[in-house]
Design a protein around this ligand. Structure first.
Ligand SMILES: [Zn+2]
Length: 422
C-alpha cells in the first residue's frame, strides 16, 4: 500500500477513536467539556489533600467543606453547612442542591473526613499519595468535575440534584439517627443515590455490608486455682469466654456472607476495656473472675443482622458452671443489600462506560465491600457506589489515587448523571 494511503487510514482510525457513535451531540459536548477541564484535577486534589480533615479535626473538616462549597456554589447549587445537631464531637455536613423538575432526582454522596490525619500530598507520575487521595477527596472531585462539565454545556438546567458530603463518614457521630439526619432529609427528596467511594477496577458497588460492634462481659467465681472444675468454683470466666468464641466460630460461620471478628480480649482477676485497648491483672493460682471481649460483626442485610444477634445472644446465655455472660451490641452502619434496582443502575453505568469506549463495568463482589454512608439511604433508594477515583491503601499511610483514571471516571459520571436526569 502506498505510504500516503496508509497515512489516510491512520487518520481515519484516530478520528474513530475520539468520536462515539453511541453518544448524542449533547453527550459529545459533555465529553469535550470534561476533557477541557481535566488538566486541573491533580491541582485541586493536591489542594484538598493538603487540608488535614481527619474526622476528629473539626476545624479541618469545616475547611474542607468551605473549599468544596466554593466549587459547587459557582455551578448554581445552593450550598449550606449543616452543623451537627448533637454535641457528639462531629462538626456537620456540606449539603448542596440544584433545584429542578427534569428526569430523576439524584442524591450524590461523598464525605469530607479522612481516617488518618492528612496534610501531606505527594505525586509520583500518575500516582497521587496522601490521606484522602482515594478515600474520598478524589471521589468528591469526580462529583464536582462531572457537575462542572454538565454546567458548562447547559445540561444542569432544571435538574434536581443534591450533593451531601458528610463530615463523619469514617467514624459516625452518635446517635446515628441524629448524625445522619441531613442524609435522610436529602434522600426523602431523591429518587436514587450514587456514592463516590473509590472505584475498584472496572466494577460498580451494588451492595455493602453493614457493621455492628459488640462487647461481651463474662463473670465467674474466683478463688484458688486448684478449685477449678469443682462444683463450687465452676469453669472460671476464661473458659466461658473460650466456649462462647468457639460456638460463635462454629455457628455464625454458617451464615453466608457474614463475618464475626473478636478483636480484643482481656481476662483475669480484674479487667478493663476501652475502644482501642484494655488492661488486666491476675495470677496463675487464681481462677479468672472477669473476661471481656470486643469485636465487630458484618452482615449483608438487616434480616441477617437480626438472625446473627439472636444466635449470638443465645450462645452467650448458655454458660458453663458458676459463670454468667452478657453481650451488648452497638449498631454502626446498616447493610446495603444487593437488589434488582441497584443492578439496574449498574447496567446504566455499564452502558455509559461502553458508549464512551471504556468497556464493560461489572458488579463488585456484594460480600466484599465494607460499610458506607450510602447504606443509610438504600434501602429504600436504588443505589450505586464505587464511582469515585481508582487507587488503594485506604485507611493506611500508603493511600494513593490513580490520576490516569480521572478522565474516564469523570466522563462516565457526567454521562450517567446526564442520562438519569433526562
Ligand atoms: Zn470513604
Amino acid at each position: 500500500m502506498p505510504l500516503r494511503f496508509l497515512f489516510g487510514w491512520i487518520t481515519l482510525i484516530a478520528v474513530a477513536a475520539t468520536s462515539h457513535a453511541a453518544l448524542s451531540p449533547v453527550e459529545e459536548k459533555i465529553v469535550a467539556a470534561v476533557r477541557a477541564q481535566s488538566g486541573d484535577f491533580a491541582r485541586d486534589l493536591e489542594q484538598a489533600v493538603q487540608i488535614d480533615s481527619a474526622t476528629e479535626n473539626l476545624a479541618g473538616v469545616r475547611k474542607m467543606a468551605d473549599v468544596f462549597n466554593a466549587q459547587l456554589s459557582v455551578l448554581g447549587l445552593d450550598t449550606k453547612f449543616i452543623e451537627s445537631p448533637a454535641p457528639n464531637g462531629r462538626t456537620g455536613h456540606l449539603v448542596a442542591e440544584h433545584r429542578g423538575t427534569k428526569g430523576q432526582r439524584l442524591l450524590l454522596i461523598g464525605h469530607l473526613d479522612t481516617v488518618l490525619p492528612g496534610g501531606n500530598f505527594r505525586r509520583d507520575g500518575d500516582q497521587a499519595f496522601g490521606s484522602g487521595t482515594s478515600d474520598i477527596k478524589g471521589g468528591d472531585l469526580v462529583i464536582i468535575y462531572a457537575l462542572r462539565a454538565l454546567h458548562a454545556v447547559g445540561a444542569l438546567a432544571d435538574t434536581q440534584i443534591i450533593v451531601v458530603m458528610t463530615g463523619d463518614e469514617e467514624a459516625v457521630g452518635r446517635p446515628v439517627e441524629v448524625a445522619r439526619q441531613a442524609l435522610f432529609d436529602a434522600a426523602k427528596r431523591s429518587d436514587l443515590a450514587l456514592a463516590f467511594e473509590g472505584a475498584i477496577a472496572k466494577t460498580g458497588t451494588i451492595a455493602r455490608r453493614g457493621s455492628t460492634s459488640w462487647e461481651i462481659e463474662v463473670q465467674g467465681a474466683t478463688g484458688h486455682s486448684s478449685g477449678i472444675f469443682s462444683s463450687a468454683m465452676g469453669a472460671g470466666s476464661v473458659y466461658e469466654a473460650a466456649r462462647i468464641l468457639q460456638e460463635f466460630y462454629t455457628e455464625l460461620r454458617k451464615l453466608d456472607g457474614l463475618t464475626l471478628n473478636p478483636a480484643l480480649i482481656v481476662g483475669g482477676t480484674e479487667t478493663a476495656l476501652n475502644r482501642t485497648g484494655g488492661t488486666t491483672a491476675g495470677k496463675t493460682n487464681i481462677t479468672a473472675q472477669s473476661t471481656r471481649i470486643r469485636g465487630d460483626l458484618r452482615t449483608v442485610s438487616a434480616e441477617q443482622l437480626a438472625t446473627a444477634r439472636e444466635k449470638m445472644t443465645a450462645i452467650v446465655a448458655k454458660n458453663l458452671p458458676r459463670t454468667s455472660a452478657k453481650i451488648v451490641f452497638s449498631d454502626g452502619y446498616p447493610a446495603m443489600p444487593d437488589s434488582a434496582a441497584n443492578r439496574g443502575l449498574l447496567a446504566q453505568l455499564d452502558q455509559a462506560s461502553r458508549d464512551l469506549g471504556f468497556g464493560e463495568i461489572t458488579a463488585y463482589d456484594p460480600r466484599a465491600r465494607g460499610a458506607g454512608d450510602i447504606a443509610f439511604v438504600s434501602p429504600p433508594l436504588p443505589a450505586l457506589d464505587g464511582l469515585g477515583i481508582r487507587g488503594g491503601g485506604a485507611h493506611a499511610p500508603t493511600e494513593w489515587a490513580d490520576l490516569k483514571s480521572v478522565p474516564e471516571l469523570v466522563q462516565r459520571t457526567a454521562l450517567l448523571i446526564y442520562r438519569l436526569t433526562r
